[in-house]
Design a protein around this ligand. Structure first.
Ligand code: RUQ
Ligand code: CUA
Length: 674
């Protein structure tokens, strides 16, 4: 059955000759350095003249929802700063100052050179993670997580499709918040964790292989929004349940919304099992943690616990919730919980016994209406809670929060930064950068000055940079570590409107690369980057911290899957109507030229790529059987399918692996049953 595919036969010699010819051709191309740096664009200068009108328009559009909601509830003067209406044309701060300025900070990475940073972008409804180089903004890779991805064979081989099936068998996910695993408060390059807002899941990506290796469908919650690892050593992956629902959601209390509840979940980063959950009042939006492993801070809107927008915006305050992680662990250890669907659920509502004593497990801190993001600064001193409807950012002193009787006494500052503050990031030199959704700007401000200024003062604001348009998240280099790198910041703008060629009514988003340096100079936009909708957040790690494998390490699947060589390729009958087909693959042959099965057989096919050379992938496609594997060097993948119809089916390699790639074929012969 098998031919000796490990032998370097004539085919190999042909390939070598062919590759040599390609190399010779490539060497003839002009010096890449001559391609130069094409940063200049008279285009943006031309646009600058139009800037004001368009900006007014954008601002009015973004504020429309807010204004509508404001009309629906009384006394929401927090929504807009005094004397300012949504259609006000004030650009604010140093606005357009640097707009259209020549890009003196090149982000161009010449051909053959590599980026200094890895950027990991959430992919929104695509369910994937995108790997983008910084500062070039070139897309390097996509990592399928909650989706299926033919190019990676993800969701097609047995292992990944079983993983997706066990995690709820949904066809998509809505990922928002990628987080890198940490050791000592620094990215350790091992894993990335990301949420699925749509189905209440958390996934883990193994950064050795840039592959998803575990997904947990967190019990008792419908939606996981904010997600964060517990600093400094990734003790848990924390997930915010945003939608309140009956607990358990089995048909009880469906018509009693006041009985619904929101849950804060902790997932063990190794077993990827849900360790415990905390029941809270109101809902949960975004979360970050302090740097010492004690506090996790979540934002909350809809403290009214309403089910429609008018009710959700009725009151003029909401709160942040500060979770005391060791106190929660103690409650679990003491048996102070109710078990629901196998998970210990601790009661962290304000009325609960656990929370009414001197040492509450959850502290409720009053904030202006509908706060959005929570980020903790690099030194761990403050949590920054962006106001969204309020033009302010609330700074919570994490050293004080455990000491004061009334948690609002731990509010250390509340600078007024502009309209629609959503997210904050840091340069490590004492500055915070807050995205302003309504103003379409990034506000840079001084953290210590904000701590010393009166609440509501705009004095700490140093500078504002226009962005295009309506930013959500912003992220600076290594901003979630204890030692951010500054230099670059990306503003993830929700709308691109007129920035790219029109491509139908659904436009790409616009991720803008902004030079921030060490924070002492003005910000400068150096690149627009269209992004397929809709990333929410991203995280950047220096390339020295990420250590991807170049080929698979057999030891990582030993005992689970065989390593198939040409010698042990073949077909083995495993039952009356089941066979196991094993095949090696290399340039440009499978371990057998054909194999025969009987009509109706369940075929388990195991394919190993025996190559030791990086980037030589072999694919396995079997037409009319929906079979699609992508096997990296030294890796083994398996797929199980049924040979329903008699006939001949060509098997071909889907990766252009050599000059004889098209000839890399095999046949599956399905013999008719009598
Ligand atoms: S949230 S910006 Cu998940 Cu702010 Cu999207
Ligand atoms: Cu292997 Cu193409």
């Amino acid at each position: 059955m098998s031919n000796d595919a490990n032998d370097t036969g004539d085919a190999e010699a042909l390939v070598e000759e062919h590759e040599q010819r390609i190399n010779d051709l490539v060497a003839d191309v002009d010096d890449p350095a001559e391609l130069g740096d094409d940063e200049d664009d008279g285009f943006s200068m031309q646009l600058a003249g139009l800037e004001l009108d368009r900006r007014d328009f954008m601002k009015a559009g973004a504020a429309a929802g807010v204004a509508g909601a404001a009309g629906a509830f009384a006394g929401c003067q927090t929504a807009l700063p005094e004397g300012k209406t949504p259609s006000d044309s004030g650009g604010g701060g140093g606005g357009g100052g640097s707009q259209g300025a020549s890009a003196s900070h090149g982000h161009f990475v010449p051909p053959g050179e590599k980026d200094e940073y890895y950027g990991f972008w959430s992919g929104g409804h695509s369910g994937e993670i995108r790997v983008i180089g910084i500062p070039s903004m070139r897309e390097l890779q996509r990592i399928p997580v909650f989706n299926t991805e033919p190019a990676r064979g993800y969701g097609y081989d047995d292992e990944s499709s079983e993983m997706l099936e066990q995690a709820g068998d949904y066809t998509w996910g809505d990922n928002h918040h990628p987080n890198l695993s940490e050791t000592d408060g620094d990215y350790d390059g091992e894993y990335l964790y990301v949420n699925d807002k749509a189905n209440g899941r958390i996934a883990r990506v193994n950064l050795k292989y840039f592959e998803t290796d575990a997904i947990v469908d967190v019990p008792n919650v419908q939606c996981i929004h904010g997600t964060s690892v517990l600093s400094p050593d990734t003790k848990y992956v924390l997930g915010n349940g945003e939608f309140r629902a009956p607990l358990p959601n089995d048909g009880r209390d469906v018509n009693d919304p006041e009985e619904y509840t929101a849950l804060f979940s902790a997932v063990d980063p190794e077993s990827m099992e849900t360790a415990w959950q905390v029941k809270v009042d109101g809902n949960l939006d975004i979360v970050d943690t302090g740097k010492e492993g004690r506090w996790a801070i979540s934002s909350c809107y809809n403290s009214e616990e309403a089910t429609e927008i008018q009710g959700m915006t009725r009151d003029d305050r909401d709160y942040a919730k500060v979770f005391d992680i060791p106190a929660i662990e103690q409650a679990v250890e003491d048996g102070n919980y109710e078990e629901v669907n196998g998970v210990p659920v601790v009661d962290g509502t304000r009325e609960s016994d656990l929370n009414s004593g001197d040492e509450p497990i959850v502290r409720y801190v009053s904030t202006p209406k509908s706060p959005h993001c929570v980020e903790v600064g690099p030194d761990g001193k403050y949590a920054f809670i962006a106001g969204k409807l309020s033009p302010t950012v609330t700074m919570l002193d994490l050293d004080m929060i455990g000491e004061v009787d009334d948690p609002t006494e731990a509010v250390a500052g509340r600078p007024k930064v502009g309209l629609g503050p959503l997210h904050t990031t840091f340069d490590g030199n004492g500055h915070a950068y807050t995205s302003l959704f309504i103003d379409s700007q990034v506000a840079k401000w001084d953290i210590e000055e904000a701590a010393n200024a009166e609440l509501g003062s705009s004095d700490p604001v140093i500078e504002k940079q226009d962005v295009h348009y309506n930013p959500g998240h912003i992220q600076a280099l290594e901003a979630m570590t204890t030692d951010p790198d500054g230099e670059w910041l990306v503003s993830l703008n929700k709308l691109s409107k007129d920035r790219f060629l029109p491509v139908g009514p659904i436009h790409p988003d616009n991720d803008q690369l902004i030079h921030i340096g060490d924070g002492e100079k003005e910000m400068e936009i150096v690149a627009d980057h269209p992004a397929y909708p809709e990333p929410h957040d991203c995280v950047f790690a220096h390339r020295d911290k990420i250590n991807p494998a170049t080929t698979w390490d057999k030891a990582d699947y030993e005992g689970e899957k065989p390593f198939v060589t040409a010698e042990n390729s073949g077909v083995e009958r495993t039952g009356d109507s089941s066979v196991h087909v094993k095949a090696s693959s290399k340039r440009s042959e499978y371990g057998m030229y054909d194999f025969t099965v009987q009509e109706g057989d369940e075929v388990r096919m195991t394919v190993t790529n025996v190559e030791g050379v990086r980037d030589i992938i072999h694919g396995v496609a079997i037409p009319e059987h929906d079979v699609n594997l992508a096997v990296a060097p030294q890796d083994t993948r398996e797929v199980t399918f049924t040979a329903d119809d008699p006939g001949v089916y060509w098997i071909y390699c889907t990766y252009f692996c050599s000059a004889l790639h098209l000839e890399m074929r095999s046949r599956m012969i399905v013999e008719p049953s009598e």
